[in-house]
Design a protein. Structure first.
Length: 654
């Protein structure tokens, strides 16, 4: 797995730690050590961030599944079958796969596809191309989900205006502009940070789930025979009754569990116990009640199949429910946007993307970040979706494929963890994972049938991001190989300097490089053009670990090379932002003292030109060069004082 390209020279590879202790499969994360009040706060916080996406699925999941059934959703078997399939999808996909199984596969408390990829690489003890490709595919698909979720959630909520009492269709034409305005406003405030608002996310989303559960409980009594849907028998009968159409309907049923991957991805923010407890004892019962209530309503009033969620809201409570539904949709969108920022930070640290400007929006919370480029990409993508698809029904056709793809990738990566890290036997591993893989494949192929209706969008976007990531990784590998081939080993250079000492100047020079074994380009150019050598010289390499965070006592490693040279390695986790001056403060405690105002940082900046005769195809060379030119300035990325930086360049072809 290639690492980031932090120095403008070549990519730094991710540090592997095959002998690191294996985390226990218990309740890791950050939930430990809290009292009762603290645990309740974490549960409420998890409800706001983790479950927002799955909490907006009732807007459209039942409606779409019923609409695709042979009877149009009005026959008794159709209603019982769809509710049964939705309920058991929540049990099998969310509860068993993610809450019970995958949340045990944490990377020092962190979850998500990239964290799982790093854990799988750690489990096998070497870099695996297959694991790397799976991780890249999962990350690329995540962004497709990140664009569709805000669009379908907010639009699904605002479409409630069409059934609002007293409006009688007079605002139908404004549903799309209102949705676009809300989403534009949401993206515009991202740069200011959401820490001040985030404390309200949990309580507001908890109220939303209580509303969902209350509406469902009220309408179950429209026809209590809907409770028969708790038996999987009706789901199976419904699928056989609809034949191939039943397979198509599974793609709509899957809409009820979109957001399940957030349970795993956000594990590091809240810990396992709060997420598990929030799901099992609060969110799952509320969702199950709501879907049962929608089913009871349709059994009693078949015409409600056209829009069961909004039809179940009593007129007297319609506007309060509409307002809290809109708030819940905005919170769900915010959670996905924040998740996209976090995944981008991980991807940059793991070397899947070039340096991107990542800004902290909170002085007290390290996880509060803003990524301008990703924010703009998401906003443009969301507005494009609204303009092209225009209704939540049309967007629902595009939804699901990215999520099922990510879930399938998670199941495949879990194989390496259970076999290599947990040491399960082949038989036990197959026994546990085969049902999950089969379920993922069924949902994935069902959603693939929606490609003509809109599922093409997340696939096209995912493919584009896959090309970008692969180009960056491959180009960085080629540049690394060329750098090593054309460079002089550092030890050889030191011997040459002993034989012919250059002019010495006081102070410390720090040369940033991704390969500490060879002489950095900036050092060679400094000797060639300035004909000087500083009194103290440090060869600095910044590496990314396959762990989310690195303890401060393991942050730096100092290795003397000669009287004049030292190698300094600074290691960060893939969830951390590099800060070189802060890390140099750790060096002082280890005897390597720096005066930042008398220290010069030398960076090698390479001007890359395309080559038609070597490396990648010419179009890929040009894409890689474009990515390099638009990468964030290493001075800003590493928080180095700009007045202490000297950049020396060279030209190289790829």
């Amino acid at each position: 797995m290639a690492g980031a390209d932090p120095h403008g020279e070549a990519p730094a590879s991710a540090e592997t730690q095959p002998n690191a202790p294996t985390p226990p499969p218990g309740d890791g994360g950050h939930a430990g050590g809290h009292g009762g009040a603290g645990k309740r706060a974490l549960i409420i916080g998890a409800i706001g961030v983790v479950f927002g996406d799955i909490g907006t699925s009732p807007f459209y999941a039942m409606r779409e599944a019923l609409a695709h059934s042979r009877s149009g959703g009005t026959a008794e078997l159709a209603v019982l079958g769809v509710v049964s399939l939705v309920f058991w999808a929540l049990i099998l996909v969310v509860t068993l796969k993610y809450v019970v199984f995958l949340m045990r596969a944490d990377n020092k408390g962190e979850g998500g596809t990239l964290a799982l990829m790093a854990l799988a690489q750690h489990a096998v003890g070497r870099r695996s191309a297959l694991i790397f490709i799976l991780g890249v595919c999962g990350a690329a698909l995540f962004y497709g989900d990140g664009i569709i979720t805000p669009a379908v959630s907010v639009l699904g909520a605002i479409e409630g205006l069409k059934d609002a009492p007293g409006l009688a269709g007079r605002v139908d034409a404004f549903v799309l502009p209102i949705s676009a305005g809300i989403l534009i406003g949401l993206f515009m405030i991202q740069s200011r940070g959401t820490a001040s608002m985030a404390r309200w996310f949990g309580p507001l989303t908890a109220v939303w789930f209580l509303v969902l559960g209350g509406l469902g409980l009220y309408h179950i009594f429209d026809d209590v025979s809907i409770l028969r849907a708790l038996s999987p028998h009706y789901g199976v009968m419904f699928l056989f009754d609809n034949g191939f159409l039943g397979f198509v309907i599974l793609g709509s049923v899957f809409l009820a569990v979109t957001g399940a991957e957030a349970l795993y991805a956000d594990m590091g923010h809240f810990g396992k116990a709060p997420i598990r407890q929030g799901w099992l004892f609060f969110v799952l019962p509320c969702l199950a009640l709501n879907y049962m209530g929608q089913g009871g309503l349709v059994l009693a009033h078949p015409e409600a199949a056209a829009n069961p969620f909004w039809m179940m809201v009593p007129q007297i409570a319609y506007w309060p429910v509409f307002i809290i539904a809109t708030i819940a949709a905005v919170i769900a969108s915010q959670a996905v946007i924040t998740g996209a920022f976090s995944v981008t930070q991980q991807a940059v640290q793991l070397g899947l993307l070039p340096r991107i400007s990542i800004l902290n929006t909170s002085e007290s919370q390290a996880g509060q970040i803003f990524v301008p480029a990703v924010n703009m990409m998401l906003m443009v993508g969301v507005l494009f979706l609204l303009a092209v698809f225009q209704t939540s029904s049309n967007l629902a056709a595009a939804y699901g494929i990215a999520v099922t793809g990510s879930m399938f990738v998670d199941s495949l990566l879990a194989w390496f963890v259970v076999r290599r890290l947990w040491k399960w036997s082949t038989g036990l591993s197959l026994l546990v994972l085969t049902p999950f893989l089969t379920l993922d494949l069924v949902f994935l192929t069902s959603n693939l049938l929606k490609i003509p209706q809109g599922a093409w969008f997340p696939l096209v976007m995912g493919a584009g991001l896959l090309v970008v990531m692969w180009t960056w990784v491959r180009g960085s590998q080629i540049l690394t190989a060329k750098t090593r081939k054309d460079s002089l080993p550092l030890t050889d250079l030191i011997e040459m300097l002993r034989a012919r000492p250059p002019h010495r100047v006081p102070g410390t020079a720090i040369f940033l490089t991704s390969d500490p074994e060879v002489a950095p380009v900036a050092l060679m150019h400094n000797l060639k053009h300035n004909k000087i050598l500083h009194e103290k010289n440090v060869i600095l390499t910044v590496r990314t670990s396959d762990r989310p965070r690195v303890p401060e006592d393991k942050r730096v490693q100092i290795e003397p090379v000669s009287d004049d040279f030292k190698r300094l390695t600074i290691t960060y986790g893939f969830m951390e932002q590099p800060n070189v001056p802060k890390a140099l403060g750790v060096c002082r405690r280890q005897g390597l003292k720096f005066d930042i105002m008398s220290t010069s940082f030398f960076l090698g900046r390479r001007s890359v030109v395309p080559s038609a005769t070597q490396g990648m195809p010419l179009w890929q060379d040009r894409l890689y060069i474009f990515l390099m030119r638009n990468a964030a300035n290493p001075t800003d990325f590493f928080h180095i004082p700009p007045g202490r930086v000297v950049e020396l360049g060279a030209q190289v072809s790829v």
